[in-house]
Design a protein around this ligand. Structure first.
Ligand code: FAD
Ligand code: SF4
Ligand code: SF4
Length: 643
């Protein structure tokens, strides 16, 4: 938290810009500019790849948007979250929260704890057994979703909501993709994976598991049976470390296969020093998992070496924690560890759990032993002081090891579906998430570029919108510049029985009464994200963020499967949501009503209020002094009406 921000003021000591208020207020009146209400997207929402209406959830939690009759705020917030994602309990634990990085509240004190609120609401909805409704009407259109990871499941969820028959084809026995076979269970608990996936399947989504498209069923067969296809096949082939010797040694393994062996319970222990090559989230998961596996005590059975388990040749028998000691685990990264792309809390956690970090070491060669296994990893020291890697001549050395795990990038597997490969191991999508040059085939998630869970969820939603148009033979509209689940005033008014009437096409000038318009309101949320400099953030007092407690697992973690993050309490969530500044939409703070010298701004009658329609201006009284704009904390007022 930035303590100096406590002294935030719009004007600095000695700033005389406003010393002649008479001029500013009364001359401005002649300009004829009066307030109008301008809706813009907050940066939290603009930065979230799923496009969550974060401000919308916050405004429900803090009571600005009232839940439907008989609904609690938790339930109303859940439904708002579920517009974008069916996985809040999982995302609330695993998302690196780009929304928080961009949150305008960072310019006051500290971001709003958006991810922890998602975590709380997601857990609450599971505890209460909330179900997604089945669609009211079936369209009769059939869509195949290939891949039951976050992208495929998000797409299936959005398609089913729209009434389409949806069949998920999944190569594995169980759904979840990386949520189940990649991310470690101490970050992404499997009971929650089962629960959040189970809930969306109950909408009536068919699953054909153990079915790899391209092998068990052909692409052509899908084209015949379905009206459209979504490809959410992820990127399941780990890149090898490109050095001599890598391909020759069985104990140089792919990080994704390594994690899978652990997640399926086949891999129960390590046998010697394990090197993890890489600095992303996959590397941190491999490192955290390695420390939890531990190293077997006593004699090592060569038939049960870890690489044989990772390759799927054998399985370890159930091995009690008492038979395992702490494993010697190193992360070897070619850049400084501070520059590693993994989330900071994941980097901190692996250090806390006893992983050794060896940074600025570029790989040179895998040194093979007489038995053909890797016995050491040769590296060279690298100098990054210029921002570029400069290897230091003569600084090579060998690191002895028993297993080397590559966590250095991924690509998709195209066996039998080669037509989708863009030549770079991925799939190219157009602006509608349609496979380039293949109408009716859509794609999303890691198959386009390996990224985040929230990105996959967002792609699934956007592709579903394209598919919906495609199967109904409608034109696909260009997607908005700010592509998110935005607050829609017209929809909100309609839900409250206050929808504008149809336009009568009779030319009308300067009306403030016609029922076909939402008066003095402009919606720029599809093109503009509001910054803190467009708001009056001095309105908000410093309020420390409520931070989730973290279970410190520590270095003694063999066999430990506890999760790291604890949820906030209900009281903390209520207080945390109040820290949100409602950037770009009315906060109902009354500042404009209180400060208007002309008493021109007044509250809308209670029964007619909706979010964003809390105050109105009497333009006969307004003199254009712009005080209301100056004191509006959210930047919702724009002196735009008039000349
Ligand atoms: C170790 C690791 C840790 C990560 N940690 C995080 C994190 O903390 N936070 C975060 O936001 N992101 C994280 N990510 C990234 C995130 O997991 C992915 O971005 C996300 O899972 C991508 O979703 P997807 O649906 O595109 O692909 P996947 O999750 O890979 O799912 C693809 C699915 O398609 C199936 N499939 C593939 N080919 C076929 C076929 N031909 N026929 C039928 N089915 C097929 C696969 O079996 C799989 O189930 C991590 C990734 C890894 C590997
Ligand atoms: S999915 Fe991630 S980026 Fe989006 S609102 Fe949730 S925490 Fe923020
Ligand atoms: S203050 Fe609220 S609306 Fe503004 S960016 Fe942060 S979470 Fe979003």
């Amino acid at each position: 938290m930035n303590e100096t921000a406590l002294t935030y003021r719009r004007f600095k000591q000695g700033d005389h810009r406003y010393d002649d208020l008479t001029d500013l207020i009364f001359k401005a009146g002649k300009s004829g500019k009066c307030p109008t209400y301008l809706h813009r997207t907050p940066p939290c929402q603009g930065a979230c790849p799923s496009g969550h209406d974060v401000r919308g959830w916050m405004n429900i939690i803090r009571g600005i948007e009232k839940p439907a009759a008989g609904q609690s705020w938790q339930e109303a917030a859940f439904w708002k979250i579920a517009e974008a994602s069916p996985f809040p309990a999982l995302m609330g634990r695993t998302c690196p929260a780009l929304c928080e990085t961009k949150c305008n509240r960072n310019d006051v004190d500290d971001h709003v704890g958006i991810n922890s609120i998602e975590h709380y609401v997601g857990d609450w909805a599971l505890a209460k057994g909330l179900k997604f409704p089945k669609p009211a009407k079936e369209t009769g259109k059939k869509v195949a979703v290939v891949g039951g990871g976050p992208a495929g499941l998000s797409c299936a969820y959005q398609l089913r909501k729209r009434g389409h028959t949806t069949v998920v084809f999944e190569a594995n026995a169980q759904l979840g993709g990386m949520l189940r076979y990649g991310l470690s269970a101490h970050r992404c608990p499997r009971d929650l994976v089962d629960a959040e996936i189970g809930r969306l399947l109950e909408m009536g989504i068919e699953v054909r598991a153990n079915t790899r498209v391209g092998k068990d069923v052909t692409l052509e067969a899908l084209e015949t049976e379905f009206d459209a296809i979504f490809w959410g096949i992820g990127a399941w082939s780990g890149n090898p470390v490109p050095v001599p010797g890598w391909d020759k040694a069985a104990n140089c393994v792919d990080g994704l296969a390594y994690l899978r062996a652990y997640n399926e319970g086949r891999l129960q222990y390590l046998t010697g020093r394990t090197l993890i090559i890489g600095g992303g989230n996959t590397a941190m998961d491999c490192a955290g998992v390695s420390r939890r596996l531990g190293q077997v005590k006593g004699k090592i059975d060569p038939k049960l070496l870890p690489e044989r388990v990772v390759a799927g040749e054998v399985e370890h028998p159930e091995t009690p924690v008492s038979a395992r000691g702490a494993a010697d685990v190193w992360i070897v990264y070619r850049r400084p560890f501070a520059a590693a792309p993994a989330d900071q809390h994941e980097k901190d956690a692996v250090i806390d759990e006893g992983v050794e970090i060896h940074e600025s070491l570029a790989p040179v060669e895998v040194i093979l032993g007489a038995d053909g296994r890797a016995k050491a990893f040769k590296v060279i020291k690298a100098d990054w002081s210029t921002g570029k890697m400069v290897t230091i001549p003569g600084s090579e050395f060998e690191i002895e090891c028993d297993l080397i795990v590559a966590a250095t990038g991924q690509s998709s597997i195209f066996t039998g579906i080669e037509a989708l490969d863009n030549g770079k191991g991925l799939v190219t999508a157009d602006g509608f998430y349609q496979v380039a040059g293949k109408p009716g085939h859509f794609v999303g998630g890691d198959a386009i570029y390996p990224d985040l869970l929230t990105t996959a969820v967002g792609h699934g939603w956007k592709a579903a919108e394209g598919i919906d148009k495609y199967v109904r033979s409608l034109d696909m509209d260009k997607r908005a510049k700010v592509d998110a689940h935005r607050f829609d005033m017209e929809k909100d008014l309609s839900e409250r029985g206050q929808a504008p009437t149809a336009y009568d096409h009779v030319p009308t000038r300067a009306t403030d009464a016609a029922a076909f318009a939402i008066h003095n309101y402009a919606d720029r949320s599809d093109v503009e994200v509001i910054s803190s400099s467009q708001m009056f953030v001095g309105h908000f007092p410093m309020t420390p963020r409520f931070v989730r407690t973290v279970n410190k697992i520590g270095a003694d973690c063999v066999g430990d499967r506890r999760t790291r993050l604890n949820a906030l309490t209900e009281e903390q969530v209520l207080a945390e949501a109040k820290r949100c500044m409602s950037c770009g939409l009315c906060l109902e703070c009354d500042n404009c009503v209180i400060y208007c010298p002309q008493k021109a701004v007044f509250r809308v009658a209670k029964e007619k209020r909706t979010p964003g329609r809390y105050v109105e201006t009497d333009y006969d009284k307004c003199i254009g002094c712009h005080i209301c704009k100056d004191v509006c904390p959210t930047g919702y007022i724009h002196m735009g009406l008039g000349k």
